[in-house]
Design a protein around this ligand. Structure first.
Ligand code: MG
Length: 167
């Protein structure tokens, strides 16, 4: 019998000059980047939390603490791969993921195909299973003031319908 579970993730990082902007595993040209202990890829962090939540495996900070030098400046793609391994150890594979990024600038639409391709490869799934959406918040709130970028992710994971082997 197939077991299906859902998960939800949310993350925010502050925008600051003199940092590279990484979103969905790719570098995006912009005047500002996101501040964080890792590369601060807020989209991947929300996705990892959704996956961990679906498998009831705590959260990204529990597994990859920002107090650990091991994760200083780390590429969040590595965190996503490790997260998928944790989920696979519980016997689950990804059904699909749906992610929304809230950013006033830059416009993310041109980068969404590359993000989907990158994330699908990292999660060993078809691109059709990975949706990335971008929205502004109509200049309202901290995202609207360009103080930060927020990301929300919803995932479905399943057990018993196929291979849960990852990478
Ligand atoms: Mg984060």
């Amino acid at each position: 019998m197939t077991q299906v579970r859902t998960g939800f993730g949310f993350d925010v990082h502050r925008l600051t000059p003199d940092r590279e902007l990484w979103l969905g595993g790719i570098r995006i040209p912009h005047t500002h980047g996101l501040l964080g202990h890792s590369d601060a890829d807020v989209l991947i962090h929300a996705l990892c939390d959704a996956l961990l939540g679906a498998a009831n495996l705590r959260d990204i900070g529990y597994h990859f603490p920002d107090t650990s030098a091991d994760y200083a400046g780390i590429d969040s793609k590595i965190l996503l791969r490790r997260t998928m391994q944790l989920v696979a150890e519980k016997g689950y594979c990804l059904g699909n993921a749906d992610i929304t990024v809230c950013a006033e600038h830059p416009k993310l639409s041109p980068y969404i195909p590359a993000m989907r391709q990158t994330l699908a490869a990292l999660m060993n799934t078809d691109e059709d299973n990975v949706s990335v959406k971008a929205t502004t918040t109509e200049r309202l709130g901290f995202t609207g003031r360009e103080e930060g970028i927020a990301a929300y992710a919803s995932v479905l994971i399943e057990k018993g319908s196929g291979s849960s082997e990852v990478l």
